[in-house]
Write a new protein. Structure first.
Length: 483
């Protein structure tokens, strides 16, 4: 049985709060799995805390459900409302979070509430509603998804569902044989018994009642487009930093997932700067891209592997002058936040039957290290760390290009000390006044002058105002002359 905490500004959304609780407790399906819905107004006046904040209650619940309107509400001494504190606590304690936003006009909201709505939108999907019946409909759909994700409602996942209208003749047997050969060469498959396409598909649970599953058709189908119009990756290249015409180039890729991944990766690499090394360690000339190839591949593979294929949208890969964005229809699994992707975490594949064959040919790992490897690879290459954000119904990964080249630093007339500072920031992610003094041997005033000049030139961004917490990070700014 699950427990829910409902959070919102009480006076503004009293009707909606009560309606949600009454619906959940009365619904024949939801009430089978949810036995406790917390509302502040149901507590007797004598038991209420003076600050009206119930953070321990948030931690005791499985699901945090927020309803956000226009008003921000009462603020504590730190200028934060109970709703924002409860949201932060639900995030830090890894509660499953559902956020419902009333209305589409964010300009009408209190500025602090607008910030909270925006912050929530960077972390998880926000569902919009206009009236109480609309809210109830969104709450019901979200809670059913929660129950399915937790395995409480036994519906067949997308990748394991039978592909409607598909038969074994729709499988490309040559592709199955190539997969087996590649997986064995990678050392991740030791196939025993029959090597027939049907036997291989059965071995990876890609058949259901003798017919191909959705995963089988996406991986090995002769014509996946016939069954999945949305299984595409659309690649775009813009010369500037915004989505604005003219589009320099664009290409939709569709077909089997392994081929689509390779095509999308090559599209991106073709737009990036590259350097050619020498044959010191190999007979082949090494080529290094401004963003490491494994980082590009990981971002695209993750989108293809973990996207919500029940969503009608496409994956979008967009190359800008200063960054690459990968837009993936869907959201993170329950309990996983964008912040947690920066730390070691276990693998939680949305489509495990798609992920397994990709693992066998070394497109993905099972250790949950993909995002942390991306961060480490970018840092080693002297690049800003990737961003992981939820934008409405899309999960977005942003990879930043190294706009601060030697030519740019020369044009900006950066001193040798300042260039040492830049190298340090690219390597470690930040620099302090004390660290710059240690690198260059200058006094505190000179170090401050060098750092402030870098801020003035738009190279660094100062974090914190005063004290030991003050540090500087690399600005994310495109070099327009590169395009």
């Amino acid at each position: 049985m699950l427990r829910i905490f409902i959070s919102s500004v009480q006076k503004e959304l009293a009707e909606e709060r009560r309606a949600v609780k009454d619906f959940i407790t009365a619904d024949p399906l939801l009430s089978r799995f949810i036995n406790d819905v917390f509302l502040f107004e149901d507590i007797s006046a004598g038991d209420r805390k003076p600050d009206d904040i119930y953070l321990p209650e948030v931690k005791e619940r499985d699901i945090y459900l927020a309803i956000l309107g226009n008003e921000y509400g009462w603020k504590n001494a730190d200028g934060k409302s109970p709703t924002e504190l409860e949201f932060e606590h639900a995030t830090s304690t890894h509660r499953e979070r559902l956020v419902f936003v009333k209305g589409d006009d964010d300009n009408a909201r209190d500025p602090d509430m607008a910030k909270l709505v925006n912050m929530a939108g960077r972390q998880l999907t926000r569902r919009r509603f206009s009236d109480t019946p609309g809210l109830i409909s969104e709450v019901y759909a979200s809670l059913v998804d929660c129950l399915e994700n937790r395995g409480l409602l036994r519906s067949t996942p997308f990748d394991g569902s039978m592909c409607e209208g598909a038969i074994l003749r729709d499988i490309d047997n040559a592709q199955v044989a190539d997969f087996v050969e590649t997986a064995e060469a990678k050392g991740r498959l030791a196939l025993r018994g029959s090597r027939s396409p049907k036997a291989v598909l059965q071995n990876f649970n890609l058949l259901r009642d003798g017919k191909p599953t959705n995963a089988a058709m996406l991986l090995f189908g002769k014509n996946p487009r016939r069954f999945f119009n949305n299984a595409q990756v659309h690649c775009f290249h813009f010369l500037g930093t915004e989505k604005r015409k003219p589009i320099a180039s664009q290409q939709p890729y569709e077909g089997r997932l392994l081929e689509v991944i390779d095509q999308a990766v090559e599209f991106v690499l073709g737009k990036l700067d590259r350097s050619v090394g020498t044959r010191i360690k190999s007979t082949q000339v090494p080529i290094e891209f401004e963003i490491p190839r494994p980082v590009i591949t990981e971002a695209i593979v993750n989108a293809v592997t973990h996207r919500n294929y029940r969503h009608n949208g496409f994956i979008q890969v967009i190359v800008f002058a200063d960054r690459i964005e990968v837009w993936n229809p869907g959201e993170l699994p329950p309990g996983l936040t964008p912040e947690m992707l920066r730390e070691p975490h276990g693998p939680i594949p949305r489509n495990p039957l798609i992920a397994e064959p990709l693992f066998r040919v070394k497109y993905v790992e099972k250790a949950g290290t993909g995002t942390t490897d991306m961060i480490a690879d970018c840092r080693e290459a002297g690049l800003p760390e990737p961003d992981f954000e939820q934008h409405g119904p899309h999960f977005v990964v942003t990879l930043w290009r190294d706009w601060l080249t030697q030519a740019v630093m020369t044009r900006l007339a950066l001193s040798e000390r300042q260039q040492k500072a830049i190298h340090h920031v690219k390597t470690t992610g930040k620099i302090t006044n004390q660290e710059l003094r240690g690198l260059t041997g200058v006094v505190i005033r000179t170090a401050s002058r060098d750092l402030e000049d870098l801020v003035h030139k738009g190279v660094l961004v100062k974090m914190g105002k005063t004290g030991r917490s003050t540090h500087y990070v690399l600005a994310r700014k495109p070099d327009t002359n590169r395009t």
